[in-house]
Design a protein around this ligand. Structure first.
Ligand code: SAH
Length: 476
């Protein structure tokens, strides 16, 4: 982030605008809408600017700008058509320590004006730091369609109730929860449709309900949520909704920033990830943490890579919750096998190749792999191995010892669905050498079966060049 987004209170403050043209008028109009007193210094005013002349505190001067004009100003806009004048205003502002914006000169701007969507006081401001104004305008247009016009009304309704809610509910988590229900529930619906007195009744009911809940003592909830294999676009709607509501999140190593950034901003974040062999937080301790936090009344998000019930120990974590009678829900995610297969162009089943597909972990307990190879090595069956990279040579030699064909096509997908996804394909016998040559690291998924050959025609995600390069070592 190059610039820090802020919303500034300029009510009653002086803002200097140098220039009287259209660009200057646009800035002047905005600051005036936010309640600033606008002083324009320009030889003449364009029609746009002249329209503002009636606003409170509006002053127009035609003389030249002096250092004294900047004293006490909240902001300065240098928006004249005379570039030399703009530069001089910039210097004066810097000397006076007043933030300055010079039109069309990003390098001279100490702040920039975002694209703004104003819903009656609820404001969305979008900026690309000046790099892509087209994109920000497009985003603004998107927001226009997303944010109901009555949001401002809802904000005012909420504002009017704020003190009463604060007095009625002392617990801040509970208060936030009531807030969530107001914004998403029947109260908002009534405000949106203009039925304010009905909304007030609904609000009373919410408060009563919350007071009752507070008296019964806190009971939180745990949401065990699968975050998918990495691409944030692959989250489910429910995952996203719960991510937005949680008060605390426990997350793993597989959860990238792209996904973590979608969690409610003021939620507390606790990293409980494990790197193989280096168990940072033991599993039963995570279970105990979930129980303790829920007992404190928190809404806890347990965010896991892929699907929580596929090699995710999700079952173990919620056993304790179930035993302790803590409410929980489980949200499935796209498991690595689906994500990697789709993004690598390898259908896991295909009528000409495989009628079955098995998922197996290559990371056994106590250094023993314990894989039932005869059950895996079968015609027309695709094998997907999770957590197999570190044991790859041993996995492959066991595969061959149990009668697997050394020329069976296989693939390793590293960081599947992520922008830096890599795929290595080849005969299974060559896989360890290929993986080593490519320097593959975690997380990586192994896919074994003749379906891998389909990738030649179906790869779509990486650039064509990469796909061509990795098709080279293919022996089938
Ligand atoms: N619950 C998860 C799996 C956790 S086990 C799921 O359903 O996907 C962790 C293993 O998953 C890793 O060792 C790797 O084999 C695989 N994995 C997870 N995300 C991956 C990704 N983006 N690319 C490749 N493999 C991945």
């Amino acid at each position: 982030m190059d610039l820090l987004p802020l919303f500034q209170d300029v009510k009653g403050r002086a803002v200097l605008v140098v220039g009287g043209g259209t660009a200057a008028a646009r800035k002047a109009e905005l600051v005036s809408r936010a309640g600033a007193r606008v002083m324009v210094i320009a030889p003449a005013l364009s029609d746009d600017m002249a329209r503002l002349a009636g606003e409170r505190g509006f002053v127009h001067r035609t003389d030249s700008v002096g250092a004294g004009d900047l004293a006490g100003c909240a902001l300065v806009f240098a928006a004249s058509e005379d570039m030399a004048l703009n530069e001089r205003v910039h210097e004066l502002a810097v000397t006076a320590g007043v933030p300055v914006n010079v039109v069309d000169r990003p390098e001279l701007c100490q702040f920039i004006m975002p694209a703004i969507l104003d819903r009656d006081g609820v404001v969305v401001a979008v900026s690309s730091g000046g790099d892509a104004p087209l994109l920000t305008r497009m985003m603004k247009a998107r927001f226009e369609t997303l944010v109901p016009a009555a949001y401002g009304r809802l904000a005012r309704f909420g504002g009017a109730w704020r003190d009463r809610v604060k007095a009625a509910i002392s617990d801040s988590d509970l208060r936030r929860r009531v807030g969530d229900m107001v914004v998403e529930g029947p109260v908002a619906e009534r405000v949106f449709s203009g039925r304010d007195s009905e909304a007030a009744h609904a609000m009373e009911a919410q408060l009563e309900e919350a007071a009752g809940r507070a008296a019964r003592g806190p009971v939180g909830e745990v949401w065990l949520v699968g975050a998918g294999p990495g691409d944030p676009d692959l989250l489910t709607f429910r995952a996203l909704r719960l991510m937005q509501q949680a008060e605390i999140v426990l997350y793993d190593r597989l959860i990238g920033n792209g996904i973590l950034n979608l969690v409610r901003r003021d939620a507390e974040r606790i990293y409980v990830g494990k790197a193989a062999k280096n168990h940072t937080v033991p599993q039963d301790e995570i279970g105990r943490m979930l129980v303790r936090l829920a007992r404190e009344g928190k809404r806890v998000l347990r965010l896991k890579g892929g699907d929580p019930f596929i090699f995710g120990r999700g079952g173990e974590e919620i056993e304790m919750l179930a035993a302790e009678g803590i409410p929980f829900q489980v949200v499935p995610g796209i498991t690595a096998a689906s994500g990697c297969a789709s993004y690598a162009g390898i259908p896991l089943t295909h009528r000409d190749h495989a009628q079955a597909c098995v998922f197996v972990t290559g990371h056994g307990k106590d250094e023993k792999l314990g894989i039932d190879w005869p059950a895996l090595i079968r015609p027309n069956q695709t094998i997907v191995i999770y957590m197999g990279l570190t044991m790859l040579p041993r996995l492959i030699s066991e595969y061959l010892e149990h009668g697997g064909r050394p020329d069976m096509p296989a693939a390793i997908v590293e960081k599947g669905t992520q922008p830096d996804q890599r795929v290595v394909t080849g005969a299974i016998g060559d896989l360890p050498a290929l993986a080593e040559a490519a320097g593959l690291g975690p997380p990586s998924l192994i896919i074994i079966g003749s379906v891998v050959t389909l990738r030649r025609d179906l790869a779509w995600y990486e650039s064509a060049a990469e796909a061509a390069a990795d098709a080279e070592p293919e022996t089938t």
